[in-house]
Design a protein. Sequence first.
Length: 72
Amino acid sequence: VLRQTKRAIDGCVSAVIMTDTNPALDFAISEEYEQSYAMYCIFHILQNLPRNLKAKLYKARNSLVPEVFEQK
């Protein structure tokens, strides 16, 4: 897909390519578009943040002492 996109834009270099935080896509972008920077879409960041932090926040929720909170 990235190669076809590169052909379609006919030599125009894209400085930034928005992604959904997919590591495989980040790698592919770095390989195919060496001079471009992969930037994460804020929608996907906000969507994934609660999902990825929920367990950690739940575990630390009742820590009343800062030291205990930091240990969790």
